[in-house]
Design a protein around this ligand. Structure first.
Ligand code: KIV
Length: 278
């Protein structure tokens, strides 16, 4: 084996994630850039390049406007920063809901151009066939049930799911269909604890909760939310830092130093060794 092969990174794989069902909780976070991926990598089993990138980084009102090219660009960046976590990339709205063959072409492009190991799809009622088609052709797929952000225009808003019996039955059926079709893990978003526990008990794939209680096999949050980069966050987010305040304070101090000519000082200045200036 060449030295280069020996040095190759050993990343957590899809079967290893599946094998964690019912074991120690899976720790997952979103990442969109190389430096953030490098910081998160030692602590997480999965880094998700979520299509939330559209809202978090690009200022879009929802995820519908995110494109395949955006996901690939951010996926490449995250792969440069992450060394051991499994990197999963969201398939954006419009890239997988049509014929499975098109979904495969788009998913294959994502894996080839980023080197990431898997894709995630929002698993509505008709998606099981596509998940099976992708998995059978070598694309590991993570499902996503419950609150499906890409369905915002049908739902009218980002709303928790499973409040009625009909909705509970539908979300459970979607999770079971995604797992039966071969999804190696399933994100469960915005559902009550009882439904999260029911889904977790019903499927062999580990469930990864976001706003879905401690009844899941793992947890994921949007990193920027838990770091306190936004003024408003959903109720299910716990803030572990106040980076918005930190950044605002740091920039305020720097701006004051520039205005008062305290920055740059000698320590931040290059001096020439030419005799005339010595
Ligand atoms: O896009 C995203 O960040 C996600 C997570 C919230 C699970 O899908």
């Amino acid at each position: 084996m060449s030295a280069q092969r020996q040095d190759a990174v050993r990343r957590i794989t899809a079967p290893e994630i599946t094998a964690r069902k019912g074991g120690d909780p899976l720790v997952c976070l979103t990442a969109y850039t190389a430096p953030m991926a490098e910081l998160l990598d030692p602590h997480c089993e999965v880094l998700l390049v979520g299509d939330s990138v559209g809202m978090v980084v690009h200022g879009l009102p929802n995820t519908v406007g995110v494109t395949l090219d955006m996901m690939i660009l951010h996926g490449q960046a995250v792969m440069r920063g992450a060394k051991r976590a499994m990197v999963v990339i969201d398939m954006p709205f419009g890239s997988y809901e049509g014929p499975p063959q098109i979904a495969f072409e788009n998913a294959a492009r994502v894996l080839k151009e980023t080197g990431a190991q898997a894709v995630k799809v929002e698993a509505g009622p008709t998606i099981a066939e596509t998940i099976r088609y992708l998995v059978q052709r070598g694309v590991p797929v993570m499902g996503h049930v419950g609150l499906r952000p890409q369905a915002v225009n049908v739902d009218g808003a980002f709303r928790a799911k499973g409040k009625t019996e009909d909705e509970r039955t539908r979300v459970l059926a979607e999770a079971e269909a995604a797992a039966d079709a071969g999804a190696f893990a399933i994100v469960v978003e915005g559902v009550a604890e009882s439904l999260a526990r029911e889904i977790t008990a019903a499927v062999d794939a580990p469930t990864i909760g976001i706003g879905a209680s401690a009844g899941c096999d793992g947890q994921i949050l949007v990193t920027d939310d838990m770091l306190g980069l936004f003024e408003w966050t959903p109720r299910f987010v716990r803030r572990y830092a106040d980076l918005r305040g930190e950044i605002g304070g740091a920039v305020e101090r720097w701006a004051a130093d520039v205005r008062a000519r305290r920055f740059p000082g000698e320590a931040e200045t290059y001096f020439s060794k030419r005799p005339a200036e010595a």
